[in-house]
Design a protein. Structure first.
Length: 180
């Protein structure tokens, strides 16, 4: 497995709508494995293809990405995921994103969802997800349509978060130049 380059805001790839996958083969499975490895290395619970520069409708998630107990991990590979049902009930959750490093904000999501997808082996599946798993799935599926969690925020909250992100990037750039 390989660790892939992670694309961060405001890269245009994060705003593109992804294309359906038509064939599940060994090449796609290698890419899915590389996505999962990248997610674990970057300490995420989910990763969508645009975050690693691909326009394929695929995501990988693990609601329990334990580094201490690898047997506790619960990786899932979802190809062409589609939310086919949403509960009326919603929950607020503080979300972050590997593509918006060091930032987070409260986002309202559906408490439960049903997702139809193709799995790692090319089989059609459905999952009823609730709570944290439902939040992760909604966040990652949004990525496939060019939607970021900040798009669910008010203009004022989004503006504040993006200013903090800009400062974070400036500080990182200063650290990098000081190391040289």
């Amino acid at each position: 497995m390989a660790v892939l380059k992670l694309y961060t805001y405001p890269d245009n790839i994060l705003r593109q709508k992804c294309h359906k996958v038509t064939k599940v083969d060994d090449e796609l499975r290698r890419f899915l494995d590389d996505m999962l490895e990248t997610m674990y290395v970057d300490k995420g619970v989910g990763l969508a293809a645009p975050q690693v520069g691909s326009d394929k409708r695929i995501i990988v998630i693990d609601p329990n990405p334990s580094d201490e107990d690898l047997s506790a991990r619960q990786p899932m590979y979802l190809i062409n995921p589609e939310i086919i049902w949403r509960s009326d009930e919603t929950v607020m959750f503080c979300e972050g994103c590997l593509s918006l490093p060091n930032q987070s904000a409260e986002v309202e999501r559906h408490e439960k969802i049903r997702v139809h997808y193709t799995d790692y082996h090319g089989k059609e599946q459905e999952i009823l997800a609730e709570d944290f798993l439902a939040i992760i799935l909604q966040h990652e599926i949004d990525h496939l349509d060019g939607i970021l969690y900040i798009d669910h925020l008010s203009r004022l909250k989004r503006s504040r978060l993006l200013k903090k992100l800009e400062k974070y990037y400036e500080d990182k750039a200063r650290e990098t130049s000081n190391e040289k």
